[in-house]
Design a protein. Sequence first.
Lengths: 185, 185, 185, 185, 185, 185
Amino acid sequence: MKCLVLDEKMDYDGSQISSLWAYNLEDIQEDSIIAFRGVCDVKIEHMIDLEDKKQGDIIFSTDMIHFIIEHFDSSDLKLIYSRQRLFTAIVKEVLSEYHNDIVRQGDDLFVNGKKLTVSIASTSAVSQKIHFGINVVHDFYGSFEDLGLGNDDVAGLMDKIAKRYYNEFIDIEKDLRKSRPLDVI
Amino acid sequence: MKCLVLDEKMDYDGSQISSLWAYNLEDIQEDSIIAFRGVCDVKIEHMIDLEDKKQGDIIFSTDMIHFIIEHFDSSDLKLIYSRQRLFTAIVKEVLSEYHNDIVRQGDDLFVNGKKLTVSIASTSAVSQKIHFGINVVHDFYGSFEDLGLGNDDVAGLMDKIAKRYYNEFIDIEKDLRKSRPLDVI
Amino acid sequence: MKCLVLDEKMDYDGSQISSLWAYNLEDIQEDSIIAFRGVCDVKIEHMIDLEDKKQGDIIFSTDMIHFIIEHFDSSDLKLIYSRQRLFTAIVKEVLSEYHNDIVRQGDDLFVNGKKLTVSIASTSAVSQKIHFGINVVHDFYGSFEDLGLGNDDVAGLMDKIAKRYYNEFIDIEKDLRKSRPLDVI
Amino acid sequence: MKCLVLDEKMDYDGSQISSLWAYNLEDIQEDSIIAFRGVCDVKIEHMIDLEDKKQGDIIFSTDMIHFIIEHFDSSDLKLIYSRQRLFTAIVKEVLSEYHNDIVRQGDDLFVNGKKLTVSIASTSAVSQKIHFGINVVHDFYGSFEDLGLGNDDVAGLMDKIAKRYYNEFIDIEKDLRKSRPLDVI
Amino acid sequence: MKCLVLDEKMDYDGSQISSLWAYNLEDIQEDSIIAFRGVCDVKIEHMIDLEDKKQGDIIFSTDMIHFIIEHFDSSDLKLIYSRQRLFTAIVKEVLSEYHNDIVRQGDDLFVNGKKLTVSIASTSAVSQKIHFGINVVHDFYGSFEDLGLGNDDVAGLMDKIAKRYYNEFIDIEKDLRKSRPLDVI
Amino acid sequence: MKCLVLDEKMDYDGSQISSLWAYNLEDIQEDSIIAFRGVCDVKIEHMIDLEDKKQGDIIFSTDMIHFIIEHFDSSDLKLIYSRQRLFTAIVKEVLSEYHNDIVRQGDDLFVNGKKLTVSIASTSAVSQKIHFGINVVHDFYGSFEDLGLGNDDVAGLMDKIAKRYYNEFIDIEKDLRKSRPLDVI
């Protein structure tokens, strides 16, 4: 698995959730987690969550850090959703080192009752993907500011979160290779 | 999915990780999470983790709360391990409401540097299972006592943790039924 | 699983076989069977069966009852086709309570040598679906009239057939949760 | 797929449900349906259905026709249970040519309110199997006698039922090879 | 499985890699390998390999023999890629009967250091496919001429290679139906 | 994936085909290919191929090189059998550098009409495995001697073959991560 934090800023318009984006961007031929910072402005044609689409939701934020995860080992929806929730819990664990009262509800994180994150997961015929975005600043929703985090903390957090997921994945892959099958009553 | 907290105490000897234990115990014909309290004393023939078996580990605790999760929707090792890590993160989230410095490393929780939990996951040809145990008291390892939790808190916590996983599972099942497939670059 | 019989009429133009139609229509976030009554007029771009498409078949009927089944638990073609045949057999069982000589050939039902039904099944990356239509009246093909069934029977039959499949599904899910794996010679 | 009706009688003791029985018996290296006639006397160690095992059920009949189906294309429990229900519906369709009021409830057939059949399905790591037995004569349960069928009809029915499943399977395999994937709303 | 060698020439423009091409062409409702001879000129919109697409590669050859393989038994990328490599090895085995120094690197064959073949594999929601092309003549790349093979050898080789894969597939399907599951340490 | 050639000799008695043998031996928590040299004497209880078992075959050779491959990414029989055939073709490619007329038939290699190798593949609920053995010397069957290879060549060949499979696996994993899904006719 490849863990990559982009130096340059890049906007998230929803096309990055497409399968094979990582290969197209950086010739990555492994499973991957890629972090970058930029505007979030999801075009309607890239909306994966039909609830957003139906409600004509605007998914917009002027400054977010984004994580794009891609796995090619399965096209099982249940697996990618479990991984999405696990990733959300990991983000909460990292951010809780800075602020005590972060609340997770499914794939959403909240601070002081304000929504801090957006996320979606799905699959194509060839890969599974997760997008996860966290507001750096926001007038209405929660953001790094509510956590007492400033501009100088952003790069470090992108790195820390991406590496935490990378390590969790490696650790899972190792653990499942030393367990024998279950007995049956 | 069935969520059940047993009133009576029951010892965990490792046979409860076997597939179909829930059916045998309570005629449960759903996916399930069952919580109970009792001694933990895993017999060598029930050890699923070969690392424990090789090292001749003793998995023993005089008083634990146990969670047994069974899913019949897949026999994919990657899925049950993702679910195990997610469950571990959920337990951490619940316990963190009582104590600030709980640390998760994979499927283990630590308090004050002391290991608080044991866990294993695997699959048979018919179902996937997770066992997760938390020390209520322990002379050497971490326990509820280190979290400032006493005997009166045990039943409530068993219920809270089991329901949290149950709700997470229901929520995942609903979320994956409103997401369209990914585009491809 | 959700079982729903629509009160209002609705035409079937083939778009209803698309994945996530049930969510779009009624915010359903479960597996589902939805029954409704209306014209059947399948547009060429919605034809799933390439045999129909190649032959330029017209799939048209002025009055049909329609069943749309969606499962999110697998994308295995073999499973959805087995479910389609099972559903066809269920419809035959229900209709045979009204008329003795209904014949099933694969996913087709015949009465007095006249084709009574149309059906298709397939999968996307996120869900499996079945469409099954039965003529209420028809000048050329078989219809409810050939079974001695009139307008007053339609709503009751939609309900009976949908519930029968729903119950079969629930029953299967329960049965597979009490069977141990096979031995091997 | 191989369709085979054994001439000689053979007792069913539950070991025939084991994976690879067909290879062991007749060197069959295809998916298969094998029919034979004989006593049914299932030993407790071969019971797959834990409900029978728990209740100490005796599964015994002095004269039955047996069908053993084995598929190697999947180890999905949902698939083999759908196939079992479809097979049950096929048996009902065949027997209904001789008697009007056969009732199917899941994997059971009833005549005059009396249970006519036994069945189980499960999977190992290498194959899926179904056993289905129909009483030829029985003092208490339903049997061919209740259908007005005698000794002379048995061989013909074994052949007819086995061929009907064989043909259904072939037909499904062909149908799923001409259907394009679903669109998505 | 169907093995078919087309008499008439046909150009390969990349559309033949689409799922269900064999059904559309010849009403084939089995897994299949189809061989034909013709120009190779892959349009950009049919390019499956993003590496080719990124580099604006021209995939062009005036005279090739083409093999199109389609399997409907799985949509696992790992399986179709293993089958592609096995097919490449089979082609090498056949061609090595005519020339000693053919080298295989993944899914490519080389003669005298010159690339002799092109290949791609992928999956849709309904089937897996492989395209494999071998130059008959070529000014720059390797071709049958480098193997000492002329126009008269072409039809025979198309037949030999297609049958070899067909036989390998049949043989695998038989072998996997006589192996018991693994024990576990 | 881990590629390991053991320095010390070890006999193959069939227990090495069991899942998790690599973890037990060397704490390997990756997919793996392990090569070693030793007697081959497969005990009847470790025979995976029922054909051998039925025929009471003796699988014995005083001096063989052995390859044990284990993958945890799937329990699909079709995948492990495709990998077994691919591995057999790889061994042929390597040995053909030393001798011209090696013939592959499925998972067997022959030299001068004499069988040179033994192989089996299967799956448990947790992993897939392949055993492949090549005679170093043999009075009756083919061996390295028939290829003009002596004792000094053995270690080099174990290494070359193991690395070739390792590299093929890595290459496949990379290739499947740059291919977009198929279109559909």
